[in-house]
Design a binder for this molecule. Sequence first.
Ligand code: DQA
Length: 142
Amino acid sequence: MRTLVLNGPNLGRLGRRQPEIYGTTTHAQLAEQCLAWGAALGLEVEVRQTNHEGVMLDWLNTAADDGDAVVLNAAAWTHYSYALLDACAQLTAPLVEVHISDPLQRPEEFRHTSVVTPYAVEVIAGHGIDGYRLALEVVARG
Ligand code: DQA
């Protein structure tokens, strides 16, 4: 079983995107950290980011076929994509939902809904980049 860390739209600009909310770690640095955290936990980790919803759906469909665990930060898609909901529903290995910020504590109403949460074994939000380490620990615990 592989663990896919899948990041959705605008997360490719981490480090430059609203650093007061998302911090100064770049996506490349986040990917490096996830590989190191995964290795320490005995997980085979792959990190990807896309701004294209269809690409994300293909990755999730393949994860369902292959029985891969998924650490998912679907970013804004989290809040409204029923296609994403349907893709998450098909996963068989653990799915952990991650957000760098805590969407429930943010003022915009649209962030208070998640189509991912019903299918996640755990939601980790508001821990910054470290949330990915916490998510990988959840996967490693099984
Ligand atoms: C996010 C929170 C979402 O509401 C937002 O659309 C993002 C990032 C987070 O990691 O805090 O793009 O998922």
